[in-house]
Design a protein around this ligand. Structure first.
Ligand SMILES: Cc1cc2nc3c(=O)[nH]c(=O)nc-3n(C[C@H](O)[C@H](O)[C@H](O)COP(=O)(O)OP(=O)(O)OC[C@H]3O[C@@H](n4cnc5c(N)ncnc54)[C@H](O)[C@@H]3O)c2cc1C
Length: 665
């Protein structure tokens, strides 16, 4: 059934972003339509009477159908009362025009009236065509009828459709826009700090003077993208993005912002999962993307020095050419930047083998809030002269300084890589397998990832191009093991012995070993594609936890009992590192479900001496939750360090630490 969203969970229609949310083809929410009834009382008797409005690129909603437009039994559209020029690129979904006309469309009244059946068939076609996308439908008072109608039209269970109720006075007329909600607990709701300034024309002139016109971005479309996080859960209202190209420019920007008390959000690839990379309000976005040069690479030591805006995948490709590998790899490698990776202390898929960035990052160049450039860009493996300050910035999520350059130790590329994808009957078998892998594969083990049945199910349903390695049966758990070594025959022999032994001991129920790079990529695609599949499935509550491995899956099972059938609890993660990604997938965001999850998930983790952020950071989502993992004394010391390095608190405010620690009395 198409789910209904209760009125109190309805999206608020406001002055802001409806057009981009509705029609931006980069977003899953495209396509979308708006349905409302101008006659609230009548709609009780004649269901679905009303209008369908479609949002045009410029935000104008087109009134698509008149009061005679539906017969509830077959959900047939009658004659629209007004016609508009729309194109498929601009909008579609339940628009009858969408599938039949790709260009501009204008139809006469008579023509459409005689064509009621065509209307319906084109709607069906439209739905079929877009069935992998999510649909957001807005209605004021024909809520359940819309749901019924859509069900009849072939929306299947699990299809990402959310019906939002909005008030009619807000959507009648034409220019209506919606506001993104923060889909997290109430405790995260924060107030803009009143002492922060707002951008003035003098500020703009200053920035244009130092960065030139092209370094000062004000166009709405770009700003919309950089104001919105990867999950589309967090949305800021910044009116300005700055794109420096040198450390001197970063320094000038921060010095100026500090003097003017203008808040700043450093942004890398904007793939962060905790709302840290986008403004909470109107902070200036400082994007490091244009600082993307590789400065040097030493083939003997394997030390790479580069600017912070280098995209991880580009660094991986560069090193591959040189016969080396990055000690870091993650699903977002195509967009995330090394500066963002360092600032979040990203873990990823190879931490098991190469350790955390605290180990492999040798040096950093960082700009402090007052513009001071800290040159800590050492390339030495050993340097015990005083406090090793670079560690303060690794994982500080842009709250202490902007990272502009990174020096990192990279290991040589080894010639033999094996990947196998295994099925296990229960979690206990996964754990025994992990222990065996550490013992038997030892020095060649480079990744040990796991996913459960629900994660696999989701990937198979929502991710294109995925091949199920076990097409004839589903299993309770799956494990991906990668080995990396220098001798093909030796490594393969070791792996085969390990697999044979594990099968004999009943730790594996089924398994495949990739025979070539394509098969290996196909196995990784399953594991790396889970976040994307979750996004496509609808709303997702994400938790990134470190928990002693033997206890880890108990939380998943307890969560399933708590939520019963109201949500899908999906588990996967870096089992080799004791890192669980617990995801609660729902057709749409629902505060009732959230209240079942939080604070339970944090309390449970704290009780079992875990961490509420294994690798994603705290960002906006968990700034107020730090006490579940860190003692009050530790948090106080962190706040003192923040105040020392950034007295005005302009760098990524409201994130990482509880904002209450910085409110002026
Ligand atoms: C599909 C997918 C898979 C992922 N897999 C993993 C994973 O396996 N492991 C993992 O740890 N994370 C993972 N992530 C999360 C994310 O990719 C990482 O946190 C990544 O390191 C963020 O890098 P970014 O450049 O996108 O930073 P952004 O998202 O732009 O920013 C993240 C934080 O760092 C700050 N920041 C960014 N650049 C700088 C800079 N130059 N100086 C100072 N502060 C800065 C921002 O202010 C923000 O607080 C995944 C995300 C996605 C979407």
């Amino acid at each position: 059934m198409v789910p209904e969203v209760e009125p109190d969970h309805a999206l608020m229609i406001e002055e802001n972003h409806l057009n981009t949310m509705l029609i931006d083809p980069k977003r899953d929410r495209f396509p979308c339509c708006i349905v409302w009834s101008p006659l609230p009382v009548l709609s009780w008797f004649i269901p679905f009477i009303g209008h369908i409005g479609i949002c045009r690129e410029d935000g104008v909603i087109l009134d698509f159908a008149g009061p005679n437009f539906v017969s509830v039994d077959n959900f047939t559209f009658g004659a629209p009362t007004r016609y508009f020029q729309i194109s498929r690129e601009q909008c579609c979904c339940l628009s009858p025009c969408a599938t039949e006309h790709t260009g501009e469309y204008v139809q006469s009244h008579d023509e459409s009236e005689s064509n009621a059946n065509t209307w319906e068939s084109s709607i069906r076609k439209s739905i079929q065509e877009f069935q992998h996308q999510s649909y957001s439908i807005f209605t004021c008072n024909c809520h359940s009828f819309v749901a019924n109608g859509l069900n009849r039209l072939g929306f299947q269970a699990g299809l990402p459709v959310a019906i939002y109720r909005v008030s009619s006075d807000k959507i009648s007329g034409c220019r209506c826009r919606s506001q993104y909600r923060l889909f997290t607990s109430q405790a995260t709701i924060i107030q803009r700090r009143p002492d922060f300034s707002t951008i003035s024309s003098e500020d703009l002139s200053y920035f244009k003077n130092i960065l030139g016109e092209r370094g000062v971005v004000q166009d709405e479309e770009t700003l919309d993208a950089v104001n919105t996080d990867w999950m589309r859960k967090y949305k800021g209202t910044s009116k300005l993005m700055l794109q420096p190209r040198t450390v001197e420019e970063v320094s000038q920007i921060l010095k100026y912002c500090d003097s003017r008390c203008l808040a700043v959000v450093p942004q890398g690839g904007n793939t962060g999962l905790v709302g840290g990379s986008v403004p909470a309000f109107d902070e200036v976005i400082v994007s490091i993307s244009h600082m993307n040069k590789i400065i040097s690479f030493d083939k003997v030591s394997g030390i790479l020095v580069c600017e912070a805006g280098c995209i991880l995948e580009n660094l991986i490709a560069f090193l591959d050419n040189e016969g080396f590998v990055m000690p870091l790899d993650l699903g977002a490698k195509g967009s995330c930047q090394i500066g963002g990776n360092v600032s979040t202390n990203a873990g990823g898929l190879r931490l098991l083998r190469y350790g955390s960035l605290h180990g492999s990052v040798l040096g950093l160049e960082v700009v402090l809030a007052n513009g001071t450039v800290l040159d800590m860009l050492g390339t030495l493996r050993k340097d015990n002269t005083g406090y090793d300050l670079k560690h303060l910035f690794i994982g500080s999520e842009g709250s202490l300084g902007i990272v502009t350059k990174v020096s990192i130790l990279t290991p040589p590329k080894l010639s033999s890589v094996n990947v196998c994808f295994l099925a296990c009957k229960d979690y206990a078998s996964c754990l025994k397998l992990l222990l065996e892998a550490k013992r038997k594969l030892g020095e060649i083990l480079s990744a040990f990832e796991f996913l459960d049945h629900d994660a696999m199910d989701l990937v198979l349903k929502h991710l294109e191009g995925v091949r199920n390695p076990f097409p004839f049966s589903m299993h309770n758990f799956y494990v991906l093991i990668e080995t990396t070594g220098s001798s093909e025959s030796y490594d393969r022999e070791k792996l085969d012995a390990f697999l044979l032994n594990s099968m004999e001991n009943d730790l594996i129920s089924d398994g495949v070993v990739a025979q070539d790079i394509t098969q290996a990529s196909s196995c990784w695609h399953i594991r790396e594609g889970i976040p994307e599949a979750l996004m496509k499935a609808g709303g997702v509550y994400k938790y990134d936890l470190s928990i002693p491995v033997e206890k880890m899956y108990d939380l998943v099972e307890e969560m399933r009992v708590r939520l019963d059938a109201s949500a899908k609890v999906v588990a996967y993660g870096h089992l080799g590192d004791g890192n669980l990604h617990l995801n609660i997938s729902t057709p749409q965001y629902d505060d009732n479900i959230l209240s079942q999850i939080e604070p339970f998930v944090y309390e449970w983790t704290s009780k079992h001496k875990g961490s509420i952020s294994a690798e994603h950071g705290l960002g906006l989502m968990k700034a107020n939750k730090i006490h579940y993992t860190k003692s009050p004394e530790t948090v106080q010391l962190m706040a003192s360090i923040k105040k020392l390095l950034d007295p005005s608190g302009i760098l990524n405010p409201y994130k990482v630490l509880p904002p209450s620690l910085f409110t002026k009395r």
